[in-house]
Design a protein around this ligand. Structure first.
Ligand code: PBG
Length: 329
């Protein structure tokens, strides 16, 4: 490639006016890029703000429907649902109960806004009394027994009308198990968005307040990935694609842009990135103190995540950004 040299080449020529800058902009955020997370709780008229996530609420089903209507009106194509059950137990029974919180929310949202894509998180940590993402035996999270439950949960969500499921527990073989369970139940058309490269990150702290899901003993390093690894992420992604993943996710996003880039370059599948709770909380906290310009910084972060190679971004900022993008027109 001939790169040119000064004084023939002056890169500032194409930066001189807003219109010129617009013409050569390489990465453009749109509302189509976003997936908005919702936390659903039992009850009616509940709208409880998560202290570490200003602007994010635990919502009862009726309130979640209102939120979903707002999301759809803003042009955001999808939500991802997380449920907080009425009771927790060792295997998380409410997780695969057709009358559980998530099936209720799916049915209500699909009825109110049929075109909104409803994705569900398939995991166990919100539902288990020990707070781990699988069945625990003698202090260990056991893999293969957990897969059976994931399959049941995914089918329960599909039966309630979910458009896509997103396994996030980081058990080996979870995509294959869920794919098989869905196919056998007649849901071969339901895609899987796999949390493929999910790291054992401290950026999930505020989410665990929102979903009331912190592990009650130990941590998740026995199943989630070591933040120091990138080759391993490529193996996780390759396995998930081989098992039938339709979309693969890297999580978190901001501190893992190199992982997003590596996955983007190695695989021809849609890549999602999760701009997680801690990333959101940092921006909100600094903005509240007047230390950062929230709008500018958020747009810069999300553009960077897309520039790194993400096709889709799960972000708590989705509604605000959708508004900013509309107003900028
Ligand atoms: C469930 C799950 C978690 C997140 C998404 N799904 C928490 C965890 O693994 O502890 C985190 C999302 C966020 O921090 O915004 N396993």
């Amino acid at each position: 490639m001939h790169l040119g040299s000064f004084p023939q080449t002056r890169l500032r020529r194409l930066r001189r006016t807003p219109a010129l800058r617009r013409m050569v902009q390489e990465t453009v955020l749109t509302v189509n890029d976003f997936i908005y997370p919702l936390f659903v709780v039992h009850g009616k008229g509940v709208r409880r703000e998560v202290p570490s996530m200003p602007g994010v609420y635990q919502l009862s089903v009726d309130e979640a429907v209102r939120e979903a209507e707002e999301v759809a009106a803003l042009g955001i194509p999808a939500v991802i649902l997380f449920g907080i059950p009425a009771h927790k137990d060792p295997i998380g029974t409410e997780n695969f109960d057709p009358e559980g919180i998530i099936p209720k929310a799916i049915r209500a949202i699909k009825q109110a806004v049929p075109d909104l894509v409803v994705i569900t998180d398939v995991c166990m940590c919100e539902y288990t009394d020990h707070g781990h993402c699988g069945i625990v035996r003698e202090g260990e999270v056991v893999n293969d027994e957990t897969l059976e439950i994931y399959g049941k949960v995914a089918v329960t969500h599909a039966q309630a009308g979910a458009d896509m499921v997103a396994p996030s527990g980081m058990m080996d073989g979870q995509v294959a198990a869920i794919r098989r369970a869905l196919d056998e139940a007649g849901y071969a058309h339901i895609p899987i968005m796999a949390y493929a490269a999910k790291y054992a990150s401290h950026f999930y702290g505020p989410f665990r307040d929102a979903a009331q899901s912190p592990p009650q003993f130990g941590d998740r390093r026995g199943y989630q990935m070591n933040p120091a690894n990138v080759r391993e992420a490529l193996r996780e992604v390759a396995l998930d694609i081989a098992e039938g993943a339709d979309i693969v996710m890297v999580k978190p996003a901001l501190a893992y842009l190199d992982v997003i880039r590596a996955v983007r370059e190695a695989f021809p599948v849609p890549v999602a990135a999760y701009n997680v709770s801690g990333e959101y909380a940092m921006v909100k906290a600094a903005a509240q103190r007047g230390w950062l310009d929230e709008r500018a910084v958020t747009l810069e972060i999300l553009t960077a995540i897309k520039r790194a190679g993400a096709d889709l971004i799960l972000t708590y900022h989705a509604k605000e950004v959708a508004q900013w993008l509309h107003n900028a027109r």
